[in-house]
Design a protein around this ligand. Structure first.
Ligand SMILES: NC(=O)c1ccc[n+]([C@@H]2O[C@H](COP(=O)([O-])OP(=O)(O)OC[C@H]3O[C@@H](n4cnc5c(N)ncnc54)[C@H](OP(=O)(O)O)[C@@H]3O)[C@@H](O)[C@H]2O)c1
Ligand code: SF4
Ligand code: SF4
Length: 383
């Protein structure tokens, strides 16, 4: 296993981290972790040098965004090997209503994880708006106190918002690390490449999530993308190309992969053996761009998320609907797109809430017939 420094923390983490959001489950139910299989995977990971485990209060929950079973499982799985690894978990930001809540959740998480400290503690899934709210509730004071009394060793945040919201959050606290979505399709999405460079340049450790875009870059790969990979002189599986692309960036500390099958862990461990910074050749990087273009060619609605059409008087979140429709066409991951459509978007934000008032039509610089295309989205998701 290769190791990299996590920013300026002095900690050396394995370049492959174990994401505990997609553990093997039973009966198709997210909260029913198949503990025997998952424990075997955790043990195999540790035997092979993985020392970074990422979980969250809400992972593997029965009800989205409520307490899940991932932390409880990880606490049991690491009971006799806790000292060998770093544990990362996250404050469930959307459940927090006061400063007292922050301490309450952290103390509960220490119990759930059967540990007296969290090595890497993140403020979960920040957006610009959520950061403003948490700042008003004194999240900085909370982190300072938890660092001082040793309940957490390093403070960081994970991020899911538009690019411009990223830098102000990086600059707003003395963070040790951040966690961002990054893969060869998302160089210009959310924090993106610019955010990665900025955070790494300021000395933050950068932990990457969704390196395979939740699996979309590794499974159900369209024929034209596979043809592209097949044309390479060096044969690699799609997941290996995607992971190598992320490790190629010297600013990346750890790449988290949510592995739901033992063979995925074994394959990613093998790929990690070669995950050195700047190890892809110029020709290989060109091939990755070709694969990216092949994915992008599947885009159905050429919305640039410029937001000129917003706000819609009926509350429809126009670009978000188009994004999920495109994601379905590009990555063919219906579960992920439908989860966003039904659980992240509120009922009034969904395409089906469009009244066809026509207010948005004149505003779109791409001349997208918005109400018509929203009907396509409605048919696709609510059929
Ligand atoms: N903080 C946050 O807001 C946040 C958000 C997202 C993720 N995370 C963290 O980041 C971790 C990584 O994100 P992610 O789980 O989305 O990672 P990912 O690596 O992009 O996707 C994981 C999925 O990819 C597939 N996969 C993994 N290895 C593979 C291989 N070798 N070949 C083929 N398919 C493979 C599996 O899909 P199948 O199960 O379909 O086989 C797996 O469930 C999460 O587990 C979680 O810990 C944090
Ligand atoms: S046509 Fe539909 S999406 Fe456009 S502004 Fe009217 S209600 Fe909103
Ligand atoms: S104005 Fe057009 S391109 Fe811009 S977000 Fe709206 S639909 Fe997309």
């Amino acid at each position: 296993m290769l190791y990299r420094s996590v920013g300026q923390t002095g900690k050396q983490a394995s370049i492959l981290g174990f994401g505990c959001m997609r553990l093997p489950i039973r009966q198709g139910k997210a909260h029913l972790i198949d503990e025997a299989r998952a424990q075997a995977m955790v043990d195999c990971a540790i035997r092979n040098g993985i020392n970074y485990f990422d979980t969250a209060y809400v992972y593997h929950s029965e009800i989205p965004f409520q307490a899940g079973t991932s932390e409880l499982f990880l606490g049991r799985a690491l009971k006799h090997q806790r000292a060998k690894v770093f544990v990362a978990t996250k404050l469930p930001t959307w459940l927090v209503q006061s400063r007292t809540d922050m301490d309450r959740y952290l103390n509960l998480q220490l119990d759930r994880l059967q540990t007296d400290h969290i090595d890497f503690y993140l403020v979960h899934s920040l957006t610009g708006g959520l950061w403003t709210k948490l700042s008003q509730l004194d999240v900085r004071g909370f982190l300072d106190a938890a660092l001082a009394d040793g309940r957490i060793r390093h403070a960081g945040f994970s991020f899911h918002d538009d690019g411009p919201q990223f830098k102000p959050i990086v600059d707003a606290y003395d963070w040790a690390f951040c966690q961002i979505q990054y893969n060869f399709m998302d160089e210009d999405y959310q924090a993106g490449r610019a955010g990665l460079d900025y955070a790494a340049g300021k000395g933050l450790g950068v932990i990457v999530m969704e390196p395979l875009r939740g699996g979309g870059l590794a499974t159900r790969v369209p024929e034209e993308v596979q043809t592209c990979w097949d044309s390479a002189p060096v044969k690699r599986r799609p997941a290996a190309w995607a992971l190598r692309f992320v490790w190629n960036h010297p600013g990346v500390s750890v790449v988290l992969s949510g592995m739901s099958e033992p063979w995925q862990l074994e394959e990613n461990l093998r790929t990690a053996e070669e995950g050195l910074p700047n190890s892809l050749s110029a020709a290989e990087l060109r091939l990755v761009q070709e694969a990216r273009n092949s994915f992008l060619a599947r885009t159905q609605i050429h919305c640039t998320s410029c937001n000129y059409c917003m706000p819609c008087p009926s509350g429809v979140s126009i670009p978000d609907n188009f994004e999920q429709y495109n994601n379905l066409a590009v990555y063919r991951d219906r579960d992920a797109a439908a989860f966003y459509y039904f659980h992240i978007l509120g009922p009034e934000q969904r395409a089906s809430h469009c009244t066809e008032c026509g207010h948005c039509l004149e505003l779109c610089p791409q001349h997208i017939p918005i109400p018509e295309r929203l009907k396509d989205v409605t048919r696709e998701f609510e059929g």
